[in-house]
Write a protein that binds this ligand. Structure first.
Ligand SMILES: NC(=O)c1ccc[n+]([C@@H]2O[C@H](COP(=O)([O-])OP(=O)(O)OC[C@H]3O[C@@H](n4cnc5c(N)ncnc54)[C@H](O)[C@@H]3O)[C@@H](O)[C@H]2O)c1
Length: 335
Protein backbone atom coordinates (compact mmCIF):
# COMPACT_ATOMS: atom_id res chain seq x y z
CA UNK A 1 0.00 0.00 0.00
CA UNK A 2 1.35 3.41 -0.93
CA UNK A 3 0.41 6.81 0.50
CA UNK A 4 1.57 9.89 -1.35
CA UNK A 5 3.02 13.02 0.18
CA UNK A 6 3.91 15.96 -2.03
CA UNK A 7 7.47 14.92 -2.84
CA UNK A 8 7.76 11.39 -1.45
CA UNK A 9 5.88 8.13 -0.96
CA UNK A 10 5.08 6.20 2.19
CA UNK A 11 5.10 2.43 1.70
CA UNK A 12 3.08 0.58 4.32
CA UNK A 13 2.76 -3.17 4.69
CA UNK A 14 3.63 -6.30 6.64
CA UNK A 15 7.07 -7.48 5.44
CA UNK A 16 7.42 -4.35 3.30
CA UNK A 17 11.10 -4.52 4.27
CA UNK A 18 11.41 -7.24 1.60
CA UNK A 19 10.85 -4.52 -1.04
CA UNK A 20 13.46 -2.13 0.36
CA UNK A 21 16.23 -3.09 -2.05
CA UNK A 22 13.94 -2.71 -5.07
CA UNK A 23 12.74 0.73 -3.94
CA UNK A 24 16.31 1.90 -3.39
CA UNK A 25 17.59 0.57 -6.70
CA UNK A 26 14.91 2.52 -8.54
CA UNK A 27 16.78 5.78 -7.84
CA UNK A 28 20.20 4.92 -6.37
CA UNK A 29 23.16 3.74 -8.42
CA UNK A 30 25.95 3.57 -5.81
CA UNK A 31 27.13 0.63 -3.68
CA UNK A 32 27.46 2.24 -0.24
CA UNK A 33 24.60 2.90 2.14
CA UNK A 34 24.94 4.46 5.60
CA UNK A 35 22.53 3.41 8.33
CA UNK A 36 22.07 5.44 11.51
CA UNK A 37 20.42 3.45 14.29
CA UNK A 38 20.54 2.96 18.05
CA UNK A 39 22.18 0.14 20.01
CA UNK A 40 18.91 -1.68 20.74
CA UNK A 41 17.64 -1.62 17.17
CA UNK A 42 21.10 -2.41 15.82
CA UNK A 43 21.34 -5.45 18.05
CA UNK A 44 17.97 -6.81 16.87
CA UNK A 45 17.94 -5.79 13.19
CA UNK A 46 21.54 -5.56 11.94
CA UNK A 47 21.47 -9.02 10.36
CA UNK A 48 18.06 -8.44 8.79
CA UNK A 49 19.28 -5.24 7.14
CA UNK A 50 22.40 -6.99 5.83
CA UNK A 51 20.19 -9.75 4.41
CA UNK A 52 17.62 -7.36 2.85
CA UNK A 53 20.26 -5.07 1.35
CA UNK A 54 22.66 -7.79 0.23
CA UNK A 55 23.63 -5.94 -2.95
CA UNK A 56 25.00 -2.96 -1.03
CA UNK A 57 27.94 -2.25 1.26
CA UNK A 58 26.36 -1.22 4.54
CA UNK A 59 28.00 1.07 7.08
CA UNK A 60 26.34 1.32 10.50
CA UNK A 61 26.56 4.38 12.75
CA UNK A 62 25.21 3.33 16.13
CA UNK A 63 24.18 5.75 18.89
CA UNK A 64 22.85 5.22 22.42
CA UNK A 65 19.12 4.56 22.67
CA UNK A 66 16.89 7.32 24.04
CA UNK A 67 16.27 11.04 23.87
CA UNK A 68 19.82 11.93 24.98
CA UNK A 69 20.97 11.02 21.49
CA UNK A 70 18.96 13.89 20.00
CA UNK A 71 21.76 16.14 21.22
CA UNK A 72 24.19 18.48 19.55
CA UNK A 73 27.04 16.23 20.76
CA UNK A 74 25.62 13.09 19.12
CA UNK A 75 24.74 15.08 15.99
CA UNK A 76 28.32 16.26 15.57
CA UNK A 77 29.86 12.88 16.49
CA UNK A 78 27.59 10.97 14.10
CA UNK A 79 28.19 13.42 11.28
CA UNK A 80 31.97 13.19 11.76
CA UNK A 81 31.65 9.41 11.93
CA UNK A 82 29.81 9.36 8.57
CA UNK A 83 32.51 11.50 6.99
CA UNK A 84 35.22 9.22 8.45
CA UNK A 85 33.37 6.27 6.94
CA UNK A 86 33.79 8.02 3.60
CA UNK A 87 30.21 9.04 3.07
CA UNK A 88 29.98 11.41 0.10
CA UNK A 89 27.32 13.85 -0.97
CA UNK A 90 25.64 11.42 -3.40
CA UNK A 91 25.48 8.59 -0.91
CA UNK A 92 22.32 7.45 0.82
CA UNK A 93 21.51 7.63 4.52
CA UNK A 94 18.91 5.46 6.27
CA UNK A 95 17.24 6.29 9.59
CA UNK A 96 16.45 2.93 11.19
CA UNK A 97 14.77 3.30 14.56
CA UNK A 98 12.25 5.29 16.57
CA UNK A 99 11.51 8.99 16.50
CA UNK A 100 14.85 9.87 18.08
CA UNK A 101 16.77 8.25 15.24
CA UNK A 102 14.39 9.67 12.63
CA UNK A 103 14.72 13.24 13.91
CA UNK A 104 18.50 13.01 14.41
CA UNK A 105 19.24 11.32 11.07
CA UNK A 106 16.85 13.62 9.22
CA UNK A 107 18.69 16.62 10.64
CA UNK A 108 22.03 15.15 9.64
CA UNK A 109 20.62 14.51 6.15
CA UNK A 110 19.36 18.10 5.94
CA UNK A 111 22.71 19.60 6.88
CA UNK A 112 25.56 17.26 5.90
CA UNK A 113 27.03 18.58 2.62
CA UNK A 114 23.99 20.94 2.57
CA UNK A 115 21.65 18.00 2.09
CA UNK A 116 21.89 14.30 1.24
CA UNK A 117 19.23 11.75 0.32
CA UNK A 118 17.77 9.77 3.16
CA UNK A 119 15.10 7.17 3.90
CA UNK A 120 13.02 6.76 7.03
CA UNK A 121 12.43 3.22 8.32
CA UNK A 122 10.53 3.81 11.57
CA UNK A 123 10.59 0.91 14.04
CA UNK A 124 8.42 2.18 16.91
CA UNK A 125 4.67 2.59 16.65
CA UNK A 126 5.00 6.28 17.52
CA UNK A 127 7.48 6.79 14.70
CA UNK A 128 5.35 4.75 12.26
CA UNK A 129 2.19 6.79 12.82
CA UNK A 130 3.68 10.17 13.61
CA UNK A 131 7.30 11.26 13.61
CA UNK A 132 8.48 9.64 10.36
CA UNK A 133 6.12 11.71 8.25
CA UNK A 134 5.69 15.45 8.11
CA UNK A 135 9.34 16.31 7.39
CA UNK A 136 10.17 17.84 10.77
CA UNK A 137 13.72 16.91 11.72
CA UNK A 138 15.88 18.23 14.50
CA UNK A 139 17.64 17.90 17.79
CA UNK A 140 17.26 19.18 21.35
CA UNK A 141 19.28 21.94 22.96
CA UNK A 142 19.99 22.45 26.65
CA UNK A 143 17.29 25.11 26.68
CA UNK A 144 14.57 22.89 25.23
CA UNK A 145 13.41 20.06 22.98
CA UNK A 146 13.44 20.28 19.18
CA UNK A 147 14.83 23.82 19.17
CA UNK A 148 17.34 23.22 16.39
CA UNK A 149 15.86 21.76 13.26
CA UNK A 150 14.50 21.99 9.80
CA UNK A 151 11.87 20.70 7.40
CA UNK A 152 13.49 18.10 5.18
CA UNK A 153 11.81 15.43 3.07
CA UNK A 154 13.06 11.84 2.87
CA UNK A 155 13.22 10.01 -0.46
CA UNK A 156 10.59 7.67 0.96
CA UNK A 157 9.29 6.23 4.22
CA UNK A 158 8.95 2.47 4.66
CA UNK A 159 6.56 1.36 7.39
CA UNK A 160 6.62 -2.32 8.23
CA UNK A 161 4.49 -3.25 11.27
CA UNK A 162 6.45 -6.48 11.76
CA UNK A 163 9.18 -4.37 13.40
CA UNK A 164 6.74 -3.74 16.24
CA UNK A 165 6.88 -7.36 17.41
CA UNK A 166 10.07 -6.64 19.38
CA UNK A 167 8.88 -3.35 20.87
CA UNK A 168 8.19 -3.24 24.63
CA UNK A 169 4.56 -2.87 25.73
CA UNK A 170 5.21 0.56 27.22
CA UNK A 171 6.81 1.89 24.03
CA UNK A 172 3.97 0.38 22.01
CA UNK A 173 1.43 2.27 24.11
CA UNK A 174 3.14 5.60 23.37
CA UNK A 175 2.17 5.07 19.73
CA UNK A 176 -1.38 4.12 20.73
CA UNK A 177 -1.66 7.48 22.55
CA UNK A 178 -0.82 9.35 19.33
CA UNK A 179 -3.28 7.18 17.40
CA UNK A 180 -6.05 7.91 19.93
CA UNK A 181 -5.19 11.59 19.47
CA UNK A 182 -5.41 11.24 15.68
CA UNK A 183 -8.81 9.58 16.07
CA UNK A 184 -10.07 12.25 18.44
CA UNK A 185 -9.09 15.16 16.21
CA UNK A 186 -10.13 13.72 12.87
CA UNK A 187 -11.32 10.12 12.66
CA UNK A 188 -14.05 8.75 14.90
CA UNK A 189 -13.71 5.21 13.52
CA UNK A 190 -10.05 5.14 14.53
CA UNK A 191 -10.85 6.40 18.03
CA UNK A 192 -13.64 3.84 18.50
CA UNK A 193 -11.29 1.02 17.49
CA UNK A 194 -9.37 1.56 20.73
CA UNK A 195 -12.45 0.93 22.85
CA UNK A 196 -12.16 -2.78 22.11
CA UNK A 197 -8.63 -3.47 20.78
CA UNK A 198 -5.18 -3.41 22.34
CA UNK A 199 -3.03 -4.09 19.29
CA UNK A 200 -3.19 -2.35 15.94
CA UNK A 201 -2.89 -3.66 12.41
CA UNK A 202 -1.68 -2.10 9.19
CA UNK A 203 -5.21 -0.74 8.71
CA UNK A 204 -5.20 1.44 11.82
CA UNK A 205 -1.65 2.57 11.09
CA UNK A 206 -2.93 3.70 7.69
CA UNK A 207 -5.88 5.56 9.22
CA UNK A 208 -3.59 7.41 11.64
CA UNK A 209 -1.14 8.20 8.83
CA UNK A 210 -3.96 9.57 6.71
CA UNK A 211 -4.97 11.95 9.50
CA UNK A 212 -1.42 13.29 9.74
CA UNK A 213 -0.89 13.35 5.98
CA UNK A 214 -4.05 15.34 5.29
CA UNK A 215 -3.11 17.97 7.85
CA UNK A 216 0.54 18.18 6.78
CA UNK A 217 -0.39 18.56 3.12
CA UNK A 218 -2.57 21.54 4.00
CA UNK A 219 0.12 23.16 6.15
CA UNK A 220 3.59 21.74 5.43
CA UNK A 221 5.46 24.34 7.49
CA UNK A 222 3.34 24.24 10.63
CA UNK A 223 1.83 27.69 10.42
CA UNK A 224 -1.92 27.05 10.70
CA UNK A 225 -3.92 23.84 10.34
CA UNK A 226 -1.09 21.63 11.52
CA UNK A 227 -1.61 23.03 14.99
CA UNK A 228 -4.47 20.57 15.50
CA UNK A 229 -1.89 17.79 15.73
CA UNK A 230 -0.91 19.45 19.01
CA UNK A 231 -4.14 18.45 20.69
CA UNK A 232 -3.19 17.48 24.26
CA UNK A 233 0.38 18.63 23.75
CA UNK A 234 0.27 22.00 25.57
CA UNK A 235 -0.25 20.32 28.91
CA UNK A 236 1.56 17.17 27.79
CA UNK A 237 4.75 19.12 27.20
CA UNK A 238 4.29 20.88 30.55
CA UNK A 239 4.08 17.49 32.29
CA UNK A 240 7.18 16.22 30.51
CA UNK A 241 9.04 19.37 31.50
CA UNK A 242 7.86 19.32 35.10
CA UNK A 243 9.22 15.80 35.50
CA UNK A 244 12.40 16.46 33.57
CA UNK A 245 11.37 14.09 30.73
CA UNK A 246 11.93 11.15 33.07
CA UNK A 247 8.78 9.96 34.85
CA UNK A 248 6.30 10.16 32.00
CA UNK A 249 6.82 9.08 28.44
CA UNK A 250 5.49 11.35 25.71
CA UNK A 251 2.32 9.35 25.00
CA UNK A 252 1.48 9.19 28.69
CA UNK A 253 2.06 12.93 29.13
CA UNK A 254 -0.15 13.85 26.18
CA UNK A 255 -2.84 11.48 27.45
CA UNK A 256 -3.15 13.53 30.65
CA UNK A 257 -2.88 16.61 28.41
CA UNK A 258 -5.78 15.44 26.25
CA UNK A 259 -7.97 14.97 29.32
CA UNK A 260 -7.14 18.49 30.50
CA UNK A 261 -7.83 19.90 27.05
CA UNK A 262 -11.23 18.20 27.09
CA UNK A 263 -11.93 19.68 30.51
CA UNK A 264 -11.06 23.16 29.24
CA UNK A 265 -13.13 22.56 26.09
CA UNK A 266 -16.12 21.64 28.25
CA UNK A 267 -15.63 24.78 30.38
CA UNK A 268 -15.45 26.87 27.20
CA UNK A 269 -18.65 25.16 25.97
CA UNK A 270 -16.91 23.82 22.89
CA UNK A 271 -16.60 20.16 23.91
CA UNK A 272 -19.64 18.01 24.80
CA UNK A 273 -19.50 17.03 28.48
CA UNK A 274 -19.88 13.25 27.91
CA UNK A 275 -16.48 13.14 26.22
CA UNK A 276 -14.50 13.43 29.44
CA UNK A 277 -15.57 10.04 30.82
CA UNK A 278 -15.52 8.44 27.39
CA UNK A 279 -11.92 9.43 26.64
CA UNK A 280 -10.78 8.79 30.20
CA UNK A 281 -11.96 5.18 30.02
CA UNK A 282 -10.18 4.60 26.69
CA UNK A 283 -6.91 6.07 28.00
CA UNK A 284 -7.19 4.01 31.18
CA UNK A 285 -7.85 0.84 29.21
CA UNK A 286 -4.52 1.37 27.45
CA UNK A 287 -2.69 2.08 30.73
CA UNK A 288 -1.81 5.57 29.59
CA UNK A 289 -3.16 7.39 32.65
CA UNK A 290 -3.79 6.62 36.28
CA UNK A 291 -5.21 8.58 39.19
CA UNK A 292 -4.59 11.15 40.49
CA UNK A 293 -4.93 13.16 37.27
CA UNK A 294 -3.13 16.45 36.77
CA UNK A 295 -4.81 19.74 37.47
CA UNK A 296 -4.28 22.81 35.33
CA UNK A 297 -2.83 24.72 38.29
CA UNK A 298 -0.04 22.11 38.66
CA UNK A 299 1.20 22.94 35.18
CA UNK A 300 0.60 26.63 34.46
CA UNK A 301 4.13 27.75 35.32
CA UNK A 302 5.59 25.25 32.84
CA UNK A 303 3.31 26.51 30.09
CA UNK A 304 4.30 30.11 30.71
CA UNK A 305 7.98 29.25 30.26
CA UNK A 306 7.53 27.23 27.06
CA UNK A 307 10.06 28.78 24.69
CA UNK A 308 7.84 28.27 21.68
CA UNK A 309 4.81 30.06 23.12
CA UNK A 310 4.13 33.67 22.25
CA UNK A 311 3.48 36.04 25.14
CA UNK A 312 0.38 35.34 27.19
CA UNK A 313 -2.05 34.09 24.56
CA UNK A 314 -1.53 30.90 22.66
CA UNK A 315 -3.35 28.60 20.30
CA UNK A 316 -5.13 25.78 22.02
CA UNK A 317 -6.81 22.82 20.37
CA UNK A 318 -10.27 21.81 21.54
CA UNK A 319 -12.58 19.06 20.37
CA UNK A 320 -16.07 19.94 19.28
CA UNK A 321 -16.88 16.25 18.95
CA UNK A 322 -15.10 12.94 18.60
CA UNK A 323 -13.27 13.18 15.28
CA UNK A 324 -13.61 16.94 15.02
CA UNK A 325 -11.28 19.63 16.38
CA UNK A 326 -10.94 23.37 16.36
CA UNK A 327 -8.10 25.83 16.98
CA UNK A 328 -8.97 28.33 19.72
CA UNK A 329 -7.04 31.01 21.57
CA UNK A 330 -6.37 30.70 25.26
CA UNK A 331 -4.97 33.28 27.67
CA UNK A 332 -2.74 32.08 30.48
CA UNK A 333 -5.09 33.58 33.10
CA UNK A 334 -8.15 32.04 31.47
CA UNK A 335 -7.81 28.50 32.85
N1 LIG B 1 9.52 14.82 13.79
C1 LIG B 1 8.30 14.75 14.27
O1 LIG B 1 7.34 15.20 13.63
C2 LIG B 1 8.06 14.11 15.59
C3 LIG B 1 6.76 13.81 16.00
C4 LIG B 1 6.58 13.15 17.21
C5 LIG B 1 7.68 12.80 17.99
N2 LIG B 1 8.93 13.11 17.57
C6 LIG B 1 10.10 12.75 18.36
O2 LIG B 1 10.17 11.34 18.46
C7 LIG B 1 10.95 11.00 19.59
C8 LIG B 1 10.33 9.84 20.30
O3 LIG B 1 10.30 8.74 19.42
P1 LIG B 1 10.10 7.25 19.97
O4 LIG B 1 8.98 7.24 20.94
O5 LIG B 1 10.04 6.36 18.78
O6 LIG B 1 11.38 7.03 20.86
P2 LIG B 1 12.81 6.32 20.60
O7 LIG B 1 13.32 6.59 19.26
O8 LIG B 1 13.65 6.73 21.76
O9 LIG B 1 12.48 4.77 20.73
C9 LIG B 1 11.99 4.27 21.94
C10 LIG B 1 12.78 3.03 22.38
O10 LIG B 1 12.37 1.93 21.58
C11 LIG B 1 13.52 1.22 21.13
N3 LIG B 1 13.15 0.60 19.86
C12 LIG B 1 12.90 1.23 18.69
N4 LIG B 1 12.42 0.35 17.79
C13 LIG B 1 12.38 -0.85 18.40
C14 LIG B 1 11.96 -2.15 17.99
N5 LIG B 1 11.41 -2.37 16.79
N6 LIG B 1 12.08 -3.15 18.87
C15 LIG B 1 12.58 -2.94 20.13
N7 LIG B 1 12.96 -1.74 20.58
C16 LIG B 1 12.86 -0.70 19.72
C17 LIG B 1 14.62 2.25 21.04
O11 LIG B 1 15.87 1.67 21.13
C18 LIG B 1 14.28 3.15 22.23
O12 LIG B 1 14.89 2.63 23.40
C19 LIG B 1 11.05 12.26 20.44
O13 LIG B 1 12.34 12.79 20.35
C20 LIG B 1 10.06 13.22 19.78
O14 LIG B 1 10.45 14.56 19.91
C21 LIG B 1 9.14 13.74 16.39
Amino acid sequence: MKLKMKTYDIYVGEYEINQLETYIKSFYQYKDIYIVTDETVHHIYRDLMIEKLSQFNLHFCVVKPGETSKSFKTYIETTENLIDLNMKRNHLLIALGGGVIGDLTGFIAATLYRGVNYIQIPTTLLAQVDSSIGSKVGIDLKSGKNLLGSFYDPKFVLIDPTFLKTLSDREYRQGIAEMIKAGLIANKELYNFFKSHEKVTKNEILLALQVKRDVVLKDPFDLNERLILNFGHTFGHAIEKKFNYETYKHGEAISYGMLLAIKIGIAKKITPAYMYEDVKSVLKKHHLIEEPYFKVKDLVEYIKTDKKHMANTFHFICLNDIGSSVITNLKVGEF
